[in-house]
Write a protein that binds this ligand. Sequence first.
Ligand code: SF4
Ligand code: SF4
Length: 379
Amino acid sequence: MSEAVTSFIRNIEESERQYRICNACRHCEGFCPVWDAMERRNFFDAGDIKFFSYLCHDCRDCFYACPYSEPHEFGLNIPKLNSTIRYQIHSENTWPKAASGIMNRSYLSGAIVFLASLMVLGAIAISTNGYLSLFSYHSTFYDVIPYNIMDDAGLALGFYILGMWIIQGLSYWKSIGGRKRHLFNIRANVISMYEVFSHKWFKAGELGCDYPRETGTRTRMFFHGAMFFGFISAFIATMIAAYLQRFIGVNPPYSYISGPVFFGVLGGALMIIGGSGFLYMKRISDKQKADNRMLKADYLVIYLLVLISITGLATLAIRATSFMGLILVIHLSLVGTLFAMVPFGKMNHIIFRYLSLLKNNLEAGGIGVKMPAPGAESS
Ligand code: SF4
Ligand code: SF4
């Protein structure tokens, strides 16, 4: 048995031990959906432990509220265990399996993909428009990287992520005991979407997250919200630009009050605020309550999002100067790195967390419950 498998089994067993204590205590009920999901079970298998770990939003309230937390002899540290199990979920559901080590070497992998993207895009810019295209004034981005190349690469990356998410998501769904036919339950999907957009569980009841320190605040919710809505805003900007070009025939540069520029600037600014806040909170947070490998993957994604936002705004600010070509190539290389790394890094938390919320809401409605709660009807 490999060391990775042995350590996975050890962590699952340790999680079971800790959750059995919690299930007898239940003091932390209301902090997050983990406790309701736990109450529906009389025993926990590996699938349940994985399901719980992605219902956990790492608020850390249970650690500080618990009289049995480390250094008590019971040695409870639910946030850290969940962080470790989440890391293992990423490795376990990576496809192809040979790529499962990428997340363990987040920084190195990110640097290699970035340099490769930079070389490819630099070569495209130079071979298409000559060496000077990187250092001279252009009236449009497409004088640096041709429109059809940008368009094809964007579409290819979009389908690549969608395909990988379907493969990895189905693998995770099966591992937590989900049934395929339940994936499209409208009620559970609507509630889960509401929870995602409202950041409901970042409130940890009304107490707020004990993150980065033992003081309940909504700061983490605010910064996560800034990154989340910033990302959506940047996506809307890209979609509007694609629509204008494909269907209306209006090409960039767009005016400062146009849809692509407005949503792009808003998204970039929000991601810089959210990302910087997250980086600061992570720096001062207690590292004993997180898995170090997961932390590195977190840092990589946040750095990439902040750098993408800074270079994106810089591209706009200096679009009338001779530096635009160079900054654009760096910006697109960072974007390519973020998207190429999605299936092998922290960004996959989007799909795993959503599926855990979905399963929780299905079970709350009496669907797919292993040990039916009183009054609930199992399907
Ligand atoms: S974390 Fe501690 S206080 Fe909270 S439910 Fe578990 S045992 Fe009880
Ligand atoms: S750290 Fe917060 S979100 Fe995670 S299990 Fe504990 S209370 Fe729930």
